[in-house]
Design a protein around this ligand. Structure first.
Ligand code: G3I
Length: 321
């Protein structure tokens, strides 16, 4: 195969990247050529977040960045995932202010109604609720949970479905990539949603992994299967693989990183209902990891746009090699 899209098509899955609006609007040719050639699925890295759409005033929306991303995706025959309707980070300041539970419900509803309806029928999926489970396996103590209890989660799915009945609706979270206390808690949460006939279509497993302690293919597959058994889709929604904590030379680190990407794609291949693998960016030139964890090379292209061993891990994984 010559591209990741070609490999993913053979596997009947989508291959995605997060796309930065800042980089897209700079028209960096090397970057955009790879996006168009290698991917058929796009998630906006920041442009679709509530705080990017509504900055200071609750009745003013700004869709310029998201609109131009969706234009780009449509011009290039790609699918688009909206990210993310309800998330405690990168939300507008007015949700954190002195608002009553009723006011907060009204703000969430207006945001979902306006945003999801705007792109209704145009996009493949939405991350409806993002990271509502805490790392301690209890519901995260966000402003949403504090004021509305877990009810806001079901309501967000119901609202999003009404606004865009065709979009697949996902729950999305990190550190739920194998069977552990947090993924158990998410499983319980989505089981309740499914049992209550809430319109949830699947779960996205972010997989912000560290090559020194990443789960095995079998561990990831077993975990996916528990969600598929609820008749849900699963996908890898934001994978990147840090390598800087490995104690070896760079060539060996890159080989280990290749193995970890391969494990993840293999797990997706093991499960028919795994519909996509999205990488959280693609070039080491632009990754959130450097800002949050320090310098690393977590993605599948070098900073000067050469394919890394990890690139071939993904192609091979989709080809069953
Ligand atoms: O745009 C401002 C810029 O004007 C300012 O000068 C600069 C100074 O800090 O900040 C810029 O905003 C940054 C923004 O990314 C755009 O680059 C924010 O500080 C920074 O916090 C923000 O980080 C994003 C992060 O989500 C925020 O939570 C990352 O780019 C983005 O990759 C990351 O993505 C999340 C997913 O949405 C959900 N899952 C986890 C994943 C990684 O954290």
């Amino acid at each position: 195969v010559t591209t990741l899209v070609e490999a993913a098509n053979k596997a009947n899955k989508r291959i995605g990247t997060a796309l930065s609006y800042g980089v897209l609007s700079n028209n960096e040719t090397d970057y955009l050529d790879i996006v168009k050639k290698e991917f058929n699925y796009v998630t906006p890295e920041n442009a679709g977040k509530w705080g990017s759409i509504q900055t200071s005033t609750s009745d003013v929306w700004n869709f310029d960045a998201l609109d131009s991303m969706i234009d780009f995706v449509e011009q290039n025959d790609m699918a688009f995932k909206g990210h993310a309707l309800v998330w405690h980070r990168q939300a507008p300041n007015f949700v954190n202010g002195d608002v009553t539970p009723e006011d907060l419900t009204g703000l969430i509803n207006a945001h979902i109604d306006v945003t999801a309806a705007r792109y209704s029928g145009q996009i493949y999926a939405w991350d409806v609720a993002n990271e509502v489970m805490g790392d301690d396996a209890n519901y995260r103590d966000s402003v949403f949970f504090a004021k509305l209890n877990k009810r806001f989660i079901a309501d967000a799915f119901t609202r999003a479905h009404a606004a865009d009945p065709k979009a697949k609706l996902f729950y999305n979270d990190y550190s739920i990539d194998n069977i552990n206390a947090k993924s158990d808690a998410v499983l319980t949460m989505v089981t309740e949603l499914v049992d209550a006939d809430i319109p949830i279509d699947g779960v996205g497993f972010q997989m912000h992994l560290d090559a020194s302690n990443a789960p095995s293919t079998q561990q990831m597959t077993e975990n996916f299967q528990r969600f598929v058994d609820l008749d849900l889709d699963v996908n890898i929604s934001e994978i990147d693989v840090r390598l800087s904590s490995l104690p070896w030379d760079q060539v060996t680190k890159l080989a280990m990183q290749q193995q970890v990407y391969h494990r993840a794609v293999n797990a997706c291949m093991n499960v028919d209902r795994c519909d996509a693998v999205t990488i959280w960016g693609f070039t080491d030139k632009y990754s959130w990891i450097d800002g949050e964890f320090g310098p690393d090379d977590p993605l599948i292209y070098t900073a000067d746009y050469q394919r890394k061993p990890a690139y071939f891990a993904i192609a091979d994984g989709f080809m069953g090699i």
